[in-house]
Design a binder for this molecule. Structure first.
Ligand code: EPU
Length: 417
């Protein structure tokens, strides 16, 4: 088991370089099996979720070579066999294999996916999309057997703009016969990235990044190259570290447009970040105005930044309100922030945060990935030593977090216990 020990209160200055997007790479890797020839993906982050998705690729018999941040995947000779529960539950993104195998072989057998325990996270919209495209879904004790005699394009209206369902619908529709329209599609940059990758393979997708995506099915997808986009949630997390403790902290190799909703909230609080085409520089601010934030699908405020920004709201002067609209159980960081001295009340899906509160070091837990990122931010801000347990959750999604924070002045160590 691993834990992180942080001595808080140190200023952060210098430059942090952002890695490839976890949620981008985790969709591109399963999508790669649709190609009949090898594909190459660069800017893959070195995080444990990538190891978990690779385990599925290798279990299916794909040839994978990974050097530095490159991966070459040759899925031309994979075997379409049941993906066991022991590996499907390691992460949420395993269910992209459900779609990619169905698209490629018209049959897939696998279990309900895993992922952070932040809500029920049903997959009904993905299954609905499969059925509209001609598949038959049988569920038995969490195991899904999905088959189709023929995959035929159709009109898919998603009840909510789900990232996973939008990508899964695209992965099947690219090889279905005829045209598919996905309406009320999610608009996240990771969706545009998957569509671009599939188009590079020869797919015909238009409209990705808007709420209506159109796909003309093709019979063959060929090899190609793509690059993972920068991780907007990692960039947002470090931008928040800069807002809390920065002295001219620069976050580089990022796309500011991808976190516009966060930047606008920082400006509302009174910050003046210096925004360039691929970097943002920010310094801590003494008096910050409280704000109201509601999580929404892109381009709204990202739920994945809700837990990290809670720390900053504890430092604003007055009452802030933070509403979580996507996940019913994404407040597990709150008791630990309260233990550190934060004044937060929970009312349904809203947090009422009264600041500023002096945060003091404590023993806390990373209950999930973004709760862990929140704990790291709180620890950097607090007076004294904070120990964060269950840090494996954080290492799933933040490449070299210890090294990156140390390089800008944080006093942070990873310990084996
Ligand atoms: N939903 C349904 N039915 C469905 C699909 C989704 O009710 O069939 C609901 C979910 O329960 C949730 C909302 O719709 O309330 C949005 O879920 P979505 O499908 O968009 O999320 P996801 O694809 O499961 C991805 C990211 C999450 C991120 C969300 C929202 C990956 C691997 N995961 O999840 O990332 O929170 O989109 O942006 O891409 C994280 O990185 O920490 C993380 C949890």
């Amino acid at each position: 088991m691993k834990q992180i020990k942080v001595e808080g209160g140190h200023r952060l200055s210098g430059t942090i370089t952002i890695s490839g997007a976890k949620n981008g790479a985790l969709a591109l890797i399963p999508a790669s099996i649709l190609a009949d020839e090898p594909v190459r993906i660069s800017n893959i982050p070195n995080i444990s979720d990538i190891d978990a998705i690779n385990e599925i690729l290798q279990y299916l018999g794909a040839k994978v070579s990974r050097k530095e941040d490159y991966m070459e995947i040759d899925a031309s000779k994979i075997v379409n066999k049941e993906i066991p529960q022991s590996i499907s539950t390691k992460l949420r993104a395993s269910y992209y294999f459900m779609a990619a195998l169905l698209g490629k072989y018209k049959k897939v057998e696998m279990f309900f996916p895993g992922g952070c325990s932040i809500g029920a996270r049903p997959i009904d919209q993905t299954l609905k999309a499969f059925e509209i495209l001609g598949a038959k879904v049988i569920e038995d004790h969490n195991k899904y057997t999905i088959t189709a005699d023929q995959l035929i394009g159709g009109n898919i209206y998603l009840d909510m703009p789900s990232v996973g369902a939008t990508i899964n619908a695209m992965l099947v529709a690219v090889k279905a016969e005829g045209s598919t329209i996905i309406q009320n599609a999610a608009k996240e940059p990771e969706i545009v990235s998957v569509a671009t990758f599939l188009n590079n393979m020869g797919a015909k997708i238009t409209g990705a990044g808007t709420s209506t995506i159109k796909i003309e099915g093709v019979t063959h997808l060929h090899g190609c190259f793509t690059e993972v986009i920068p991780d907007r949630i990692e960039a947002g997390t470090y931008l928040l570290a800069g807002a809390l403790m920065g002295e001219q902290l620069t976050i580089q190799n990022m796309i500011p447009k991808h976190i516009e909703s966060l930047i606008n909230k920082l400006i509302e609080m009174g910050y003046s970040p210096i925004i360039k085409s691929d970097s943002i520089t920010i310094s801590a601010l003494e008096h910050k105005k409280p704000v109201h934030i509601k999580t929404l699908g892109y381009p709204g405020f990202a739920t994945d930044l809700q837990q990290p920004i809670t720390v900053l709201l504890t430092q604003c002067q007055g009452e802030s309100i933070l509403e979580e609209t996507l996940y019913e159980n994404r407040f597990k960081h709150v008791p630990y922030l309260q233990k550190m001295g934060a004044n937060i009340a929970i009312e349904g899906q809203k947090m009422i945060i009264n600041g500023p509160s002096k945060l003091m070091g404590a023993e806390v837990e990373a209950t999930d990935l973004r709760a862990g990122a929140c704990m790291v931010l709180a620890a950097l801000t607090a007076e004294g030593i904070t120990t964060i347990s269950s840090i494996e959750h954080v290492l799933r999604g933040y490449e070299n977090i210890i090294e990156k924070l140390k390089s800008v002045g944080a006093k942070i160590e990873l310990e084996e216990i």
